[in-house]
Structure formats: structure tokens, C-alpha cells
Design a protein around this ligand. Structure first.
Ligand SMILES: [Zn+2]
Length: 190
């Protein structure tokens, strides 16, 4: 799908739905003055820039104008991870899984990252502080939880999450071709 042509140049070939074509055309039209040539590569680049910014904001609470943390700590028993903690952890961990294998190599995963209570598990009263939270890919998050609580507990949690996802999916009944739907991230703490 993505083939290098020359240094810094790639050829992208893909089949898109009519809805995506309409969106591309509308974006190109709306960019009219800023982008008189209507260069599709430039339109796609600007669209992706916005998408990435939005996803980083949702996932890692990235913002250009961060608010100071509230002085009150997170409510006891709440799984909520405050935005300033998300930002600090994502920055410190470089948006990458922090699992390090026995041979010293760090997991390179940057997909499906989740916030993991590393020192004291949430279920054991672990707090949502940057000291206690790190980024883990879904696989290594699951591994850590399994290690801490045993396989049965993890299997139950996975089944619960799957059922919840299915309920949301049915409730939402997405229209065909919603290519930019971004609500399927799972990054609940454990
Ligand atoms: Zn990992």
C-alpha cells in the first residue's frame, strides 16, 4: 500500500468509498484559498495532522494549553487517570510500551497502548500518579495483570471488555464507511 519512490517520497495506493471521496473533495474545496492547487497529497496530510492531534489529545491528554493539576487527588476507588498524569506518563515513556525483555530490549509497540499501574495495582489500592503508572501495549499489559492476578481473572476481564465493546457496537449501529471513527480505543487502567 505504501511504497518508497525516492528519499522522502512514497506512493500510496488504496481503494476508498464514495463517502471518503466526497470528504476528500469537500476538504479540498474548503481549503480552496490556502491550497489553490487542491493537491490531494497535501489535503491528506492536513487531514491526518488533525486526526493525530485529536487522537493524542484523547489518549494522552496532549494539549497546547495544559491546565495545572487539581490539588485534590483522584477520588479513591476511581479508575480515572487525571489528564496531567496521562500527559506526564506519555511524554516520559515516549508514547511507547515500557516492557523490557530479559535480554534488555524494550518492546517497540506504539499501538493499543494502555495505562498500567506498575508498582501497586489499582485493585490493591494503587494510585493514579505518574510514579505508579506507565505505558504498556495491550499484550504486555495483559501479561503484567496475569502475573499479578492469575489467568482466570484476566480471562474474565477480557470477556467483560469484549461484551462491553459488543454492547457499544450494537448501540451505535455505525453507518457503512465511517473510516474516521475513532471510538474503539481501549486504554482502561488495571
Ligand atoms: Zn509491549
Amino acid at each position: 500500500m505504501l511504497a518508497p519512490l525516492a528519499p522522502e517520497r512514497y506512493k500510496l495506493q488504496l481503494t476508498i468509498s464514495r463517502q471518503t471521496r466526497d470528504r476528500l473533495e469537500e476538504a479540498s474545496d474548503l481549503l480552496g484559498h490556502q491550497l489553490p492547487t487542491g493537491d490531494l497529497a497535501e489535503v491528506v496530510d492536513r487531514a491526518l495532522e488533525l486526526l493525530v492531534r485529536e487522537l493524542r489529545k484523547r489518549k494522552f491528554a496532549e494539549t497546547r494549553t495544559p491546565r495545572a493539576p487539581r490539588s485534590a487527588p483522584a477520588t479513591e476507588g476511581s479508575r480515572h487517570i487525571p489528564n496531567h498524569v496521562r500527559r506526564e506518563v506519555a511524554l516520559r515513556d515516549g508514547n511507547q510500551c515500557t516492557f523490557v525483555a530479559e535480554d534488555g530490549r524494550r518492546c517497540p509497540a506504539r499501538r493499543r497502548l494502555e495505562f498500567h499501574h506498575q508498582r501497586v495495582a489499582f485493585a490493591k489500592g494503587g494510585e493514579a500518579t505518574a510514579d505508579n503508572i506507565c505505558l504498556r501495549c495491550a499484550a504486555h499489559h495483559g501479561l503484567a495483570t496475569e502475573h499479578e492476578f492469575g489467568r482466570e481473572h484476566v480471562a474474565r476481564r477480557v470477556a467483560e471488555a469484549r461484551q462491553a465493546r459488543e454492547r457499544r457496537r450494537v448501540a451505535k449501529a455505525p453507518s457503512p464507511g465511517t473510516a474516521f471513527t475513532t471510538s474503539s480505543f481501549a486504554f482502561g487502567p488495571t
